[in-house]
Ligand binder design. Structure first.
Ligand SMILES: *Cc1c(COP(=O)(O)O)cnc(C)c1O
Length: 391
């Protein structure tokens, strides 16, 4: 099938929940992808910050193929070596004590809120304006953006919102029924919004003071994306609970909740679960992906290439008045424009580079962490050409 055939079938048979680009992708390698018509692209989106180790990483491919020959799935009614090995590895790289494995970011956050309620015996979680925590009903409620809540009311209760970056506003919202705070270390979907330097530290101190839980959503920022294994490290905080997904499986769907022992133990047998979560195939993929990040020093490459990328984007800002701001850490970079950026994304794709537009006016760059300097240079040249035309 060519692109046109695929788009026609999608139109007929798939629910139209996505604003898609008119591209049908078929394969990838490293930081490159190809569409079904054979056109090559530099992938500066990485499946929304998921393909951190690049496409078709041999280590991840081998792990998946070898595991597929043994067993794809068995219920959580039984033990598997793959699950406990991944759990141990996750605890070691994050300095948490225990993990619950699930299938997605939204599911991880749902579980974190259940755990927080169970542990504290309190109902409310304070979230941030402009945040994004997923698409299940409760996570739409947690998400601080009205557009995701329209037309699906009633929205579940138990979430309050305060401006991102404002610790005093959180302090004012805390009451006797507050279980904790849930916050992204950098707001990805909200436009790669970086908080004030001391925000997370002060927020954590406030939570300790008030004896409520400090929960961090690292679904988008985790696994080397920001130049550290977790973005919390940049801000010097270690949350009571951290949620993970996206980059965890190197492209295979898997999510998780990380918690300190005392909190994790609030879940007893039967309290929480999932049929697929932590199945041997997903765990084998995630283990291989994390090992690849560590063995190939991809966090360092994210830091190094991210700095180069961001510096060059800053130079473009001097050249084009439509660029308002360039921000981010490692290879999670946002370029805010004073115009909507959907059209720019399409024009850049025509020239063979995939980028993304979020929060209407923010170009988001999130390539695989193994991207090379010359691929960034091509991306910058393409962006320069396109910005010149629209400015
Ligand atoms: C993508 C994302 C989610 C939701 O993850 P899904 O796997 O799509 O459910 C939650 N939180 C953050 C910060 C995200 O970026």
């Amino acid at each position: 099938m060519n692109t046109e055939d695929i788009i026609a079938l999608e139109k007929k048979y798939v629910m139209h929940t996505y604003g898609r680009q008119p591209l049908a992708l078929s394969k990838g390698n490293g930081a490159l992808v190809w569409d079904v018509d054979g056109k090559k692209y530099i992938d500066c989106f990485a499946g929304l910050a998921v393909n951190n180790v690049g496409h078709a990483h041999p280590k991840v491919v081998d792990a998946i193929c070898n595991q597929a020959k043994k067993m794809l799935h068995c219920s959580n009614i039984y033990y598997t070596e793959e699950q406990v090995v991944l759990a141990k590895l996750l605890c070691e790289i994050s300095s948490y004590d225990k993990v619950f494995l699930c299938n997605s970011g939204a599911e991880a956050n749902e579980g974190a809120v259940k755990l927080a309620r169970k542990y504290t015996k309190k109902g409310n979680v304070i979230c941030m304006d402009n945040s994004f925590h997923g698409r299940t009903l409760a996570m739409v409620a947690a998400t601080g953006q009205h557009k995701y809540k329209k037309g699906i009311e009633p929205i579940p209760q138990g979430f309050k919102h305060t401006p991102y970056g404002d610790v005093d506003a959180v302090a004012e919202k805390i009451d006797d029924n507050t279980a904790g705070v849930l916050v992204e270390p950098i707001q990805g979907e909200g436009g790669v919004v970086v908080p004030p330097k001391n925000y997370l530290k002060e927020l954590k101190e406030l939570c300790e003071d008030k004896d409520i839980l400090f929960m961090v959503d690292e679904v988008q920022t985790g696994f080397g994306r920001t130049g550290n294994m977790f973005a919390s490290e940049i801000f010097g905080v270690n949350a009571d609970i951290t949620t993970i997904a996206k980059g965890l499986g190197g492209g295979f769907p898997i999510g998780g909740i990380l918690a300190r022992e005392e909190i994790a133990d609030a879940f007893e047998a039967g309290d929480h679960g999932t049929t697929f979560g932590g199945n041997p195939l997903a765990c084998a993929a995630a283990k291989a992906s994390i090992e690849a990040i560590m063995e190939e020093n991809l966090t360092d490459n994210a830091k190094k290439q991210g700095k180069y990328f961001k510096d060059k984007l800053m130079q473009l800002k001097k050249k084009y008045g439509i660029i308002e701001d360039v921000r981010g850490y490692g290879l999670l970079i946002g370029m805010e424009l004073n115009i909507k950026c959907g059209d720019i994304v399409n024009k850049v794709a025509d020239k063979g580079v995939l980028i993304n537009c979020t929060a209407d006016k923010v170009l988001r760059f999130a390539p695989p962490l193994l991207i090379e300097k010359d691929q960034i240079d091509v991306t910058l040249d393409v962006l320069d050409e396109v910005l010149e035309k629209v400015s």
